[in-house]
Design a binder for this molecule. Structure first.
Ligand code: NAP
Length: 293
């Protein structure tokens, strides 16, 4: 039987992910706070629900891809939230990055209604979301993971079941702190280069053939050279994820000195108006700190 899917959250990530599911032939109903973004999917074959509750009443599996923990709380447990529309036997999957606590809470809350809950946050930004090459990090019951593998296979090039609820979320935080620290490192290398009078394009070309040439470094090169940072993964979301990683580190007694320092940089960049720009705008912030334009 083909699963009827309900999708909540049509932001930078949700939009390309839903397009892929529709193109793969899934029956998808969508809900988004800003309704116009949901209506835009009707011509691709989606149905539109008026609320998260109504959406849950119409589908087998609800998937959420929203900004943060507060938003997840709102769409799951708010006045017309998902929890008021579910019935036993359904599954709810959160693909946002919210950390382990909200997903453990949700797993418990939905279990009491006979509903399974998985967290399945993703690594990869808008490009991989369009191409279906995300990496999906799953926590929750293994059988529910296996049942939804066909969905994950449309969205990602790989999915990993880490174990019980919260463990997919923990894996996501570990991977994202690496992303944020790497891009701060790249930015500092470029700032040093510029202050020393090196040609930026040549320096980037050189970095691009060293052992430090991660795909993310190569992928950000055009936007660095243009000095323009339209959001694929917004800087404010990276700052959120650093905060979640450090909360988790405190709980499990993990010392993360570089993460703490990088978090402060992203806090300052956000406070200086760069939150809605792409994560790579951390470079613009570090340039200002060093008196570069
Ligand atoms: P986004 O573009 O900021 O979209 C956020 C979504 O949440 C939108 O659908 C927005 O609705 C909705 N939302 C925000 N506040 C809401 C509220 N109070 N009530 C109801 N809905 C609300 O975010 P994104 O880039 O798609 O990222 C989504 C999640 O994936 C985040 O947790 C992010 O950390 C994670 N993630 C992002 C990337 C990336 O590269 N972008 C990569 C991996 C993981 P409106 O349309 O009405 O604003």
């Amino acid at each position: 039987m083909t699963l009827k899917l309900g999708w909540i959250g049509l932001g930078n990530m949700g939009q390309p992910m839903v397009t892929r599911l529709l193109q793969a032939g899934f029956d998808v109903t969508v809900y988004n706070r800003t309704r116009a973004k949901a209506e835009a999917f009707v011509e691709q074959g989606a149905k539109v629900a008026n609320s998260p509750q109504e959406l849950a009443e119409q589908v087998d599996t609800v998937i959420t891809m929203v900004a943060d923990g507060a938003t997840l709380e709102e769409v799951l447990y708010g006045e017309s939230g998902v929890i008021h529309g579910v019935r036993a036997g359904q599954t709810v999957i959160d693909m946002s990055t919210v950390g382990p606590e909200p997903v453990r809470f949700a797993a418990e809350a939905f279990l009491q209604r006979g509903v399974k809950f998985l967290e399945a946050p993703v690594s990869g930004s808008v490009g991989p979301a369009k191409e279906g090459t995300l990496v999906i990090l799953v926590g929750g019951e293994e059988q529910a993971y296996e049942q939804h593998k066909p969905v994950f296979d449309v969205l990602g090039k790989a999915s990993f079941h880490f174990g019980e609820s919260g463990q997919g979320a923990q894996a996501k935080l570990a991977i994202n702190l690496l992303l944020g620290v790497v891009l701060q490192g790249l930015s500092e290398a470029l700032v040093l280069g510029s202050k020393a009078g090196l040609d930026r394009e040549t320096l980037l070309r050189a970095i691009g053939v060293t052992a430090c040439a991660a795909p993310i470094v190569l992928g950000k090169t055009p936007s660095i050279l243009a000095g323009e940072y339209p959001a694929a993964f917004s800087l404010k979301h990276m700052e959120k994820d650093f905060g979640l990683a450090l909360d988790e580190a405190k709980k499990v007694e993990a010392a993360l000195p570089a993460t703490s320092a990088a978090h402060q940089t992203y806090v300052a960049a956000k406070a200086n108006g760069l939150g809605d720009q792409d994560i790579m705008a951390v470079l613009a912030h570090l340039e200002r700190m060093s008196g570069l334009k």
